[in-house]
Design a protein around this ligand. Structure first.
Ligand code: SF4
Length: 206
């Protein structure tokens, strides 16, 4: 696992935590939502961080209680103001975006970890593996698709403030902690490996 710091404006110190991180054990017996409240989905270029400029499919989940005064997505705060979208519909949209050139999926918000993301991540990964990414590779089986060097399955990225325990499995996590709601160390212990400047979890936190 590789951890790097990338600076962002304001109070945001961002830790990009790379590759296959799962910070709590899988909880198969938990209820996994079949749908999630969605503010918007869109295919665009990543605008910040080490992946800036790369083509990505964004899923902006609704709901945030962190309450940053400078927030530029306050419309995302009330989850109930946004319609639920089934996971299979989100998977279909991600597949279409992959066919159009998206290199990865970004799950953002709002605060996406207010929701259990196990189901969404599993659905996105299973679809990539089982359907071979229709469009981008002409519908080849996953094994063949990977042999051709096509970008399957799409890597999953998460953008979070870290106020909630991690759910889901991600290839890249952008942690943007807030001073007024710091992430609990128990949830983000790997961030203690951060080097250089920026946010670090307090050593005495639970
Ligand atoms: S965590 Fe993000 S979405 Fe939530 S209030 Fe802060 S900046 Fe806005």
């Amino acid at each position: 696992m590789e951890i790097a710091i990338a600076g962002l404006a304001g109070c945001q110190a961002v830790a990009n935590i790379r590759r296959g991180i799962q910070l709590r054990p899988s909880t198969r017996d938990r209820l996994v939502p079949p749908s999630l409240p969605i503010v918007e989905t869109f295919h665009s270029l990543q605008g910040e961080g080490l992946h800036a400029g790369r083509s990505a499919f964004f899923i902006r989940l609704a709901g945030c209680t962190v309450g940053c005064p400078w927030c530029d997505t306050k419309h995302s705060w009330p989850a109930s103001a946004h319609p639920l979208r089934p996971l299979n519909k989100l998977v279909g949209e991600a597949r279409d975006a992959a066919a159009a050139g998206a290199a990865f999926v970004v799950i953002t918000g709002g605060e996406p970890l207010h929701h259990d993301l196990d189901g969404l991540c599993t659905a996105l990964r299973q679809a990539s593996h089982s359907e071979g990414g229709k469009g981008a590779d002409g519908g080849l089986p996953a094994g063949q698709a990977q042999q051709t060097g096509l970008p399957l399955p799409l890597p999953l990225h998460l953008e979070t403030s870290g106020v909630d325990p991690l759910s889901g499995q991600f290839d890249w996590i952008t942690l943007s902690p807030k001073r007024h709601r710091p992430p609990p160390t128990s949830c983000w212990r790997p961030a203690s490996q951060l080097a250089g400047g920026g946010w670090r979890p307090p050593a005495s936190s639970p």
